[in-house]
Design a protein around this ligand. Structure first.
Ligand SMILES: Nc1ncnc2c1ncn2[C@@H]1O[C@H](COP(=O)(O)OP(=O)(O)OP(=O)(O)O)[C@@H](O)[C@H]1O
Ligand SMILES: [Mg+2]
Length: 389
């Protein structure tokens, strides 16, 4: 092994056989091993350090250790130096470091003081172990654990709400039959009945009883969205939100109605939450082709606070919420699953500028041979209508 040469790259200066052997061990370690002076100047840098952080030894020897530390963690280094000066050894300190290309790397650090012949502390050796994979495993475990708990809780709640729901369905049905009820109230009751049926369906699905029998049926997506708007009408008015509907004619499509209702209702509720000061909400529905597949696109475009770029993927994770008071953070996670179970996609773009802010959720539902229903009759009706609710 060319230990002399690698020894040299590590920045050490002796050719003593034992030290050469030690240097070879350091060089072949899987962990990044480096040394630094007490003012934070790097004095040696092994091969694993190059692999993990992406810098060559000649770039790092003589450079400040700060280069590896994210700005918000710079204070950490001062604390470490203080402990080192006191002769303390720091073991398995989990933190984050930066690679040359700016990626954040989870590491566990073991830092020991280096002393000169007189016992004075002159610097420190650092061993950095990559723990990204372990961290990811831990994260998945915690997530699975949360899911199991949530699953149990959901099943319990579903079970408990099923019975009162049945009573409500019966009462609404009876109220609807009452001859003294006006047509308008009867329409409202019919809608209420549908919504209750939807809750009851979710409850049964949660209990795992009903999944197979919720077959796709032929639905007009624009009608479905309008029904949800009717259910949310008073909330929209109260929140001073004006809805602009821009619908192009689309054919009926075979979808599971309850599931898509859940998706659109969640997108609408999120938009309302994001538009605390009210404003315009645009709903666009029309035919679209994505990756060669024909289908229907539904877009919810709000002028709300927007979503910071670093949260755009997180929002689809279970339990990610920025609404500590009333959010569970599962709305978009479920929505993505439901859309994907229709072979569709849900995408998001957002802006958070002081004057230009808002979010666009776009759902694409492809026509599959099974989904394409009655396309001819829908296409007879040409043109686009724009209306306000
Ligand atoms: N239109 C939007 N504008 C701004 N932020 C949004 C929008 N839609 C979603 N978000 C962000 O995504 C997060 C996750 O949304 P999601 O619907 O999954 O959960 P939630 O609304 O917080 O809770 P719930 O489970 O009750 O729906 C929200 O907390 C919010 O931060
Ligand atoms: Mg939500």
């Amino acid at each position: 092994m060319d230990s002399q040469e690698q020894h040299g790259r590590c920045g050490a200066v002796t050719a003593h056989p034992t030290q050469a052997l030690l240097a070879a061990i350091v060089e072949s370690s899987d962990d990044a091993i480096l040394s630094k002076t007490l003012d934070g100047t790097i004095t040696s840098w092994n091969r694993a350090a190059t692999r993990i952080f992406g810098y060559q030894p000649e770039e790092m020897i003589g450079a400040p250790i700060h280069r590896l530390i994210p700005t918000e963690l710079l204070g950490e280094e001062a604390g470490i130096i203080r402990r080192l000066r006191a002769g303390e050894r720091i073991e398995h300190y989990e933190t984050v470091r930066l690679s040359k290309n700016g990626n954040r790397i989870d590491v566990a650090l073991t830092i020991s003081p280096i002393r000169d012949a007189d016992g004075r502390i002159t610097g420190a050796s650092k061993i950095a172990r990559e723990i990204g994979q372990r961290k990811e495993m831990e994260r998945l475990l915690v997530q699975t654990e949360k899911m199991i708990v949530a699953g149990r809780m959901a099943a319990t709640i579903a079970h408990e709400i099923n019975n009162p729901l049945e009573a409500i369905v019966n009462l609404v049905y009876l109220a609807r039959l009452d001859p003294s009820v006006s047509d308008e109230v009867r329409d409202h009751l019919a809608l209420a009945e549908q919504e209750i049926e939807r809750v009851s369906l979710i409850a049964r699905q949660t209990l795992g009883y009903f999944r197979e029998s919720t077959r796709a049926g032929s639905e007009q997506i624009d009608k479905l969205v309008d029904e949800i708007l009717t259910v949310y009408r008073s909330k929209l008015v109260h929140s001073r939100i004006v809805v602009h509907r821009n619908y192009s004619p689309v054919p009926a499509i075979a979808v599971r109605r309850g599931e898509l209702t859940q998706v659109f209702a969640n997108l609408l509720a999120n938009a309302i939450d994001a538009m605390g000061k009210g404003g315009d909400l645009f709903l666009d529905i029309g035919p679209a082709t994505v990756a060669g597949h024909e289908g229907i696109r539904v877009q919810f475009v709000d002028r709300g606070i927007g979503i910071p770029e670093n949260q755009l993927e997180q929002i689809f994770e279970p339990f990610f919420t920025t609404k500590p008071e009333n959010g569970t953070g599962i709305g978009l996670w479920i929505s993505r699953q439901l859309v994907e179970s229709h072979s569709g996609t849900i995408t998001v773009t957002s802006k958070t500028g002081p004057d230009d802010h808002g979010t666009c959720f776009s759902i694409f539902l492809p026509f599959t041979p099974l989904c394409k229903v009655d396309i001819h009759s829908a296409l007879i009706e040409k043109g686009t209508h724009v209306s306000e609710l």
